[in-house]
Design a protein around this ligand. Structure first.
Ligand SMILES: Nc1ncnc2c1ncn2[C@@H]1O[C@H](COP(=O)(O)OP(=O)(O)OP(=O)(O)O)[C@@H](O)[C@H]1O
Ligand SMILES: [Mg+2]
Length: 384
C-alpha cells in the first residue's frame, strides 16, 4: 500500500510564491499601508528604504505591500500600480529603466537610447495609464552604490513631471549613507524601516503557516517544524528554513513516509545546497576554502558584502587560528579571482582594485561556514 503524499502544493514553498498572509509582520505591513495610503490619497508620493538581514522577509513584505495597495482600489484620483524589479543583475539605471518601460507596456531595444530619452518615453507611457506608480527596487545595493541618477529622478517625480511615483528601495544593508544628498531628503527617518531578524518562535510560526498551504493536513506537527526553525535559527533566515522544509518534505515522499519526521529534517539539512556541497566544495583548493570560510564569517548576520581589506584581515586571523602559514597578498587576490570565476563570490569594484568589496549573496553564510569548517577539519585530520 502506498501512503498519501506529504507535499501537495510544492509551488507554495517556492521562493517566488507570495504568501497571502505574512506571519508576525502585521505591524510593519499596516504601518506601511497607512503611510502610503495617507500620502497617495493626498496626491503626495511616499518613499521608503526597507532593510533587514537575509531571509528577514523584505521581498515578501514589499511585494505584499504592492499587492495590497493595488487591491485597495483608487487612492485620491487614481488606482495604484506596483512594479517589482530585482536589481541584483541589473545594477544600472538603463537596465532598470528598461524594466520600468516594460511596466508601462513599452519595449525599447536596449541600445541607442539615453537615460533622458528613456525617461521621456516612460513619461508618455505613464500618461496613457494614469496611476500612482509604486516602484519596488529590490536588491538595490549595487544600484545605489553606483552612480544612480534614476533613484533621484524617481524620488522627485513631481518636480520632474513624471506624475505620482513612489519608491521602495530594498537592501540588506542601510543604503541611506550611499544616497546622494539630494535624494536623502526623500528618505528621512519616517521613511526607513529596518526589519528585525525572526527569532526561533517566529520561524516556527512561518513554517507552520506555509506547511498549512503546502503539506497534507496531519502530515506534520509543530515539533518537527520547530526542529527546522532551530537549525535555521541563528540568522533568522526564513528562506533557509523554508528551503529545508521543502527538502525534508521531498525526502519524506521519496521514502513513502506518511508524515514528516525528524530524520527527514536531518537528511534535508545534509543535502541542502547540493551544487555547492557536492560538486564545488570537493573541487576547491584549501586556499579557496579558507578564503570562503573567512568570507562567510565576515558576512555572518551583516551586510551582503565586505571590503576586501577586511576580508583579508579576517582571513589572516583565520589562518593564525588554524595554525596555517600566512598567505601573500598576491595569492589572496588570485584565490579571490578563482572564486569569482567559479561563481562563488562577486567582486564589486569601488574604484581601484585594492578597495573592492566581496559579496556572496546566493548562499546562507551560516550554513556555508558549517560546511567549510567540517571540510577543513577533515582535511586537517587526514594530514595528522
Ligand atoms: N512573515 C512571513 N510569513 C510567511 N512567509 C514569510 C515571512 N517572511 C518571509 N517569508 C518567506 O520566507 C522566504 C524569504 O523571505 P524574503 O525572500 O522576503 O526574504 P528577504 O529578506 O527578501 O531575503 P534576501 O535578503 O535573501 O532577499 C520567502 O519564501 C518568503 O515568502
Ligand atoms: Mg529578498
Amino acid at each position: 500500500m502506498t501512503s498519501a503524499r506529504v507535499l501537495l502544493h510544492e509551488e507554495t514553498l517556492e521562493p517566488s510564491f507570495l504568501p497571502p498572509r505574512l506571519v508576525r509582520r502585521d505591524a510593519e505591513l499596516s504601518l506601511l499601508l497607512r503611510r502610503y495610503r495617507d500620502g497617495l490619497g493626498k496626491g503626495v508620493p511616499f518613499h521608503l528604504l526597507l532593510t533587514g538581514g537575509i531571509g528577514s522577509g523584505k521581498t515578501a513584505l514589499a511585494r505584499r505591500l504592492g499587492a495590497d495597495l493595488e487591491r485597495g482600489g483608487r487612492l485620491g484620483d487614481a488606482p495604484v500600480r506596483a512594479t517589482y524589479i530585482n536589481c541584483w543583475r541589473r545594477a544600472s539605471d538603463r537596465t532598470v529603466m528598461l524594466d520600468l518601460l516594460r511596466s508601462v507596456d513599452v519595449s525599447l531595444p536596449d541600445r541607442g537610447y539615453s537615460l533622458s530619452e528613456m525617461m521621456d518615453v516612460f513619461e508618455q507611457g505613464i500618461r496613457r495609464a494614469p496611476a500612482h506608480r509604486l516602484v519596488l527596487l529590490d536588491e538595490a545595493s549595487a544600484l545605489v552604490r553606483g552612480e544612480t541618477k534614476l533613484v533621484y529622478l524617481l524620488s522627485r517625480s513631481r518636480e520632474v513631471e513624471l506624475g505620482s511615483i513612489s519608491l521602495v528601495l530594498i537592501a540588506s544593508e542601510d543604503l541611506f549613507r550611499y544616497l546622494d544628498p539630494a535624494s536623502r531628503s526623500s528618505f528621512g527617518v519616517t521613511h526607513r524601516l529596518a526589519l528585525a531578524p525572526y527569532d526561533g518562535d517566529a520561524l516556527t510560526e512561518i513554517l507552520l503557516a506555509r506547511s498549512e498551504l503546502a503539506l497534507r493536513r496531519g502530515s506534520f506537527d509543530r515539533e518537527v517544524l520547530s526542529q527546522i526553525a532551530r537549525i535555521a535559527g541563528p540568522n533568522g533566515d526564513a528562506r533557509f528554513a523554508l528551503e529545508m522544509l521543502l527538502n525534508a518534505a521531498r525526502i519524506a515522499d521519496d521514502e513513502g513516509a506518511d508524515s514528516l519526521g525528524a530524520e527527514h529534517v536531518r537528511r534535508a539539512k545534509g543535502s541542502l545546497l547540493p551544487t555547492v556541497t557536492e560538486s564545488h566544495l570537493e573541487e576547491l583548493s584549501t586556499h579557496e576554502l579558507g578564503v570562503l570560510l573567512a568570507l562567510s564569517r565576515s558576512l555572518k548576520g551583516k551586510g551582503a558584502s565586505v571590503p576586501s581589506q577586511k576580508l583579508r584581515a579576517a582571513h589572516t586571523a583565520l589562518l593564525e587560528e588554524l595554525g596555517g602559514a600566512a598567505m601573500s597578498r598576491t595569492t589572496f587576490w588570485r584565490t579571490l579571482k578563482e572564486l569569482e570565476r567559479d561563481g562563488l563570490v562577486v567582486l564589486e569594484a569601488t574604484g581601484s582594485g585594492e578597495s573592492s568589496r566581496v559579496a556572496m549573496d546566493e548562499l546562507p553564510a551560516s550554513l556555508l561556514a558549517t560546511l567549510l569548517e567540517e571540510r577543513l577539519s577533515a582535511t586537517r585530520a587526514q594530514k595528522t
